[in-house]
Design a protein around this ligand. Sequence first.
Ligand code: PBG
Ligand code: ZN
Length: 318
Amino acid sequence: MYRFRRLRRDERVRSMMQETRLHPKDFIYPIFVIEGENVKSPVASMPGVYQYSVDRLGEILERVKESGIGGIMLFGIPAHKDPEGSQAYAEDGITQRAVRFMKENYPEIYIVVDICLCEYTSHGHCGMVCGDEILNDETLPYLVRMAVSLAKAGADMVAPSDMMDGRVTAIREGLDQSGFTQIPIMAYSAKFASAYYGPFRDAAHSSPGFGDRKSYQMDCANGQEALREIAADIEEGADIVMVKPALAYLDVLKESALTYDVPLAVYNVSGEYAMVKAAAANGWIDEQRIVMENLTAMKRAGAKIIITYHALDAVKWI
Ligand code: PBG
Ligand code: ZN
């Protein structure tokens, strides 16, 4: 009999034997920025998460700075939406203004920007629409414009989440041609069409106005296809590849970690956060222990970067 329990005997030896340790730098914290003044508006389905106007961003950025986390991921919510999502690449767009504000006032914080049109389009889809079709190639130049415009504003990294084919190649070329050869791309590579995005769409006002996203996001049944998506994005020049959501897709994350030698990110999405917060609010689970168990599982499965709404709490619990 091998006595495994020898190395579990007390906290000293247990902590010495721990294989996976969370670190503040593992985390990226998503932030929602909205038009207006003096706005800090709670997101009902995501307790603890708010939409901030640019003039109120300082409050959350102070906490980010103090926490020592790796960075933030910015999502803009424009007042004006149109079929082409023009505020996504407008020089004075809400996201561009938020990036400039951060660059000026919090230059030490690493800024990742989500690149997608769904928050900016009147139809709420991630690309250009013709009839009930979401167009692929026609969408790419708009994504490139958005990426270049946010790089100009001062973003440190771009993260395309639209799931159009060929967007990584297009964005890389666009950034390079504009002189942004040093801006990395974190591709949402294996992004599944998931019910777990529900609360985010409330927070970001980005629900599709008709149909769903199944013609561009992946079928949750498809693990092999996820590996092909990741391979394609690496081939196209992605610096970091992502699996999203996290908990129901840890098998995909683990297999990617075993298959590919590139940094992996995982997105612990809004629905996962909402479930934990709701159960904790009811006293049905121990929030701190559940959060740390979930985040540890993501890192154990192979994530180098964890994008999570729990980030600012988790650093206190490490
Ligand atoms: C935009 C985008 C979404 C998320 C990140 N970027 C929503 C979607 O695809 O509908 C989801 C994040 C979350 O649920 O926390 N394409
Ligand atoms: Zn989108």
